[in-house]
Design a protein around this ligand. Structure first.
Ligand code: UN1
Length: 510
């Protein structure tokens, strides 16, 4: 089944969304019933109306989540993994349909919509394997006849707050791990993209039904704007809040969760950069920069925002980049030829324009296009900004395709400028010189959570821990040992001797 076929005309997208939902088993009426109007960024027109959750509904969802957790935490982890295996298969079955819905609802091109669903499938596979590998430690005790152990236990209900730009994958990173770790989940998607969330929730419920013994309320969806998230974040019953979004959002969420001694996992803004050295393969660098800077219309947290180019190759690389920018096809993300779809909404467009109007450097691109075809949608030519050498590197993330380009003389100086921002998510160097590459990866190099060599800043695989330092929030999701954030650790000392020696050699006898 090729979903692109149904994209070839510019038919009514609300009908398309309803059809896609139907193919995933949801009632077409899902989009007629509610109080929240959802618009497609493709044309800015309504896709339908979904029902938001009242404060009372959020409260009872949390109560149910607690109950589900109490049951689920005692289910053996490999059995919990079985649920994720079934869910992963549902995603495989509906990859094209869900990928298409992602495109319709958040505006990323269909290739990236498919990629997003693949990322969900990948993390499900990872989580299934993990369900047999929630390893603890055995630790050498200093006392004879004693053994020490470290065991990981489920932590409790997990709240997942996700952003519009990865409307389904980021939820899945969190949920697949949280569920195999023995927790329940409540998801608050962006109020700009609740339809794909409804589809995922429906598929998850179908997987639960197929498994047969998963407790009601194990995975729930609440829909709403800021108040809904605020209620979830403030509730003491939510053991962990995993929130993805802007640094401004994290600044609000973090202290509220900390004040009630809950745990938070924050995945916030990035200001990602690529450094290109003279020895680099320039063709590869140009392709990676292009995908990083203009892919997803610059709306990934890992999007490339800054580029540092050695002065010896500046003209060659930036010249090639300008040529590449001139060829970018901006347009309907459902069209297979398109590389850059729309911005999410008018606010995103305004903030891009404001940023560009205040910029010091020489701007190429950035203007609105296709206004005659889609008067209520916001398509832009990606912007390339050549910055004056003396400029203090851009400190703020604008969630739009703007790439600031700087020339540098020494790698040490480029690294200093690279790190001289409040955020610390993703970074990359293009170099075929092992000294340069290793310096970039060393303690004296990039200060980001992700540091790459000869690949760009975006498009991380799920196998690694994903997240960043400083104002990016410090959280790690997805692969490696990120699962530990969804569990609590118990340290146990077991005495199998007939004595009771105290640690540190303390004598304490009557
Ligand atoms: C995000 O933008 O919030 O590394 C997540 C990437 C994707 C995930 C991005 N795998 O670009």
């Amino acid at each position: 089944m090729n979903k692109l076929a149904s994209f070839s005309n510019d038919a009514d997208r609300s009908q398309l969304a309803a059809d896609l939902l139907k193919q995933m088993g949801l009632d077409g009426k899902t989009l007629q019933a509610g109080d929240l109007t959802v618009r497609s960024p493709v044309d800015g027109l309504p896709l339908g109306k979904v029902k938001t959750s009242s404060a009372a509904a959020v409260d009872s969802a949390i109560a149910q989540s607690v109950q589900a957790y109490e049951r689920w935490k005692t289910v053996p982890a490999p059995r919990r993994g079985e649920l994720i295996r079934v869910f992963g298969n549902k995603l495989r079955e509906h990859k094209e349909t869900l990928g298409a819905l992602v495109t319709v609802e958040c505006g990323k091109i269909y290739q990236e919509g498919l990629g997003e669903v693949q990322e969900m499938i990948d993390i499900c596979d990872f989580a299934v394997g993990l369900s047999r590998q929630l390893y603890g430690l055995t630790i050498a005790s200093e006392r004879p006849g004693h053994r020490m152990a470290e065991t990981w236990h489920p932590i409790g209900p997990v709240g997942v707050i996700s952003a519009f730009n990865f409307p389904v994958a980021v939820w899945c990173w969190n949920t697949a791990l949280a569920i195999v770790c023995g927790n329940s989940v409540i998801w608050k998607p962006s109020h700009k993209t609740p339809i794909t969330a409804l589809a995922c929730q429906h598929m998850f419920a179908a997987a639960m039904a197929e498994l047969g013994d998963a407790p009601v309320g194990l995975s729930q969806l609440i829909i709403g704007a800021v108040e809904t998230g605020t209620q979830l974040v403030a509730d003491k019953r939510m053991a962990l809040i995993s929130a993805t979004g802007s640094t401004a959002m994290g600044r609000k969420v973090g202290p509220v969760v900390a004040a009630r001694f809950g745990r938070s996992l924050l995945e916030l803004g990035g200001n990602n950069a690529i450094i290109v050295c003279p020895s680099a393969d320039l063709d590869m660098a140009v392709r990676a920069i292009l995908f990083g800077a203009v892919g997803t219309a610059g709306q990934r947290c890992t999007s490339t925002r800054r580029l540092f180019v050695h002065e010896d190759i500046y003209d060659a690389l930036v010249g090639a980049l300008k040529q590449a920018y001139a060829k970018i096809r901006v347009g309907n993300p459902m069209d297979a030829q398109t590389l850059v779809g729309p911005l999410i909404d008018a606010d995103a467009y305004e903030s891009m324009q404001q940023t560009l109007s205040a910029v010091e450097g020489k701007v190429i691109g950035g203007e609105r296009v296709l206004e005659d075809v889609y008067s209520q949608a916001f398509y832009v030519n990606p912007a390339l900004v050549e910055m004056p050498a003396a400029d203090h590197t851009v400190q703020e993330e604008t969630f739009a395709p703007i790439l600031y380009v700087y020339a540098f003389k020494s790698l040490e100086e480029a690294i200093r400028q690279h790190n001289d921002v409040p955020q610390g998510l993703s970074s990359a160097i293009f170099s075929n010189d092992i000294r340069e590459a290793e310096l970039f990866l060393s303690a004296a190099g990039s200060d980001c959570g992700i540091a790459n060599v000869n690949i760009g800043t975006s498009g991380a695989e799920i196998g690694g821990a994903f997240g960043g330092e400083k104002e990016t929030g410090g959280g790690r999701e997805s692969g490696s040992d990120a699962w530990k954030a969804y569990m609590r650790r118990a340290t146990s000392t077991i005495n199998y001797s007939k004595e009771l020696p105290l640690s540190q050699g303390i004598e304490f006898n009557l």
